[in-house]
Design a protein around this ligand. Structure first.
Ligand SMILES: C[S@@+](CC[C@H](N)C(=O)[O-])C[C@H]1O[C@@H](n2cnc3c(N)ncnc32)[C@H](O)[C@@H]1O
Length: 141
């Protein structure tokens, strides 16, 4: 489901504390575009705006989840101008700020990604390591 930019209310149809488990794998800002411009497409936002929207996702996730239940968020990082942008930890903080307690951090290795060829060439040319993992943050309400 698409959450409109600046409007987290379209989860309003879900009552408070009614969900048993949340598993989500959001897009990572504008790394892969998932639409040609659907309003509310988080994958078209730059990092700063993406993180602002993810605060609303965190708040809404906290609202709808039942007490003591789990919310799992799979997130990766990105690199800009040769430097790491640790988006995953920013998102983790959003969920903690929403009220969640961090139960586990699980590292998921990843191989043979679509962009591996491009990044592999550039990593050698510009001397940086490839990002080859994502974090699965497991939160408890
Ligand atoms: C990183 S991918 C995760 C894919 C997932 N692991 C799977 O196997 O289907 C992010 C997914 O979130 C979806 N999505 C849902 N709501 C979205 C939103 N508001 N903005 C951008 N992507 C959204 C995209 O279409 C995309 O399939």
């Amino acid at each position: 489901m698409y959450i409109k930019k600046g409007d987290a209310r379209n989860l309003e149809f879900i009552p408070d504390e009614s969900i048993d488990l949340i598993c989500t794998h959001p897009p990572y800002a504008d790394i892969i575009k998932y639409s040609d411009g659907i309003d509310g497409d988080l994958s078209r936002l730059k990092v700063k705006d993406f993180l602002e929207e993810m605060k609303k996702v965190a708040d809404e996730s906290y609202r709808v989840l039942k007490k003591d239940k789990f919310c799992a968020v799979l997130m990766g990082d990105t690199r800009q101008k040769g430097h790491m942008i640790p988006m995953s930890f920013e998102v983790m903080k959003n969920f903690q700020d929403a009220g969640f307690k961090l139960k586990e951090i699980i590292i998921k290795e990843q191989h043979n990604c679509r962009a591996t060829g491009y990044w592999k060439t550039n990593s050698v040319k510009y001397n940086f390591l490839l990002i080859a993992h994502e974090y699965l943050f497991v939160f408890r309400k």
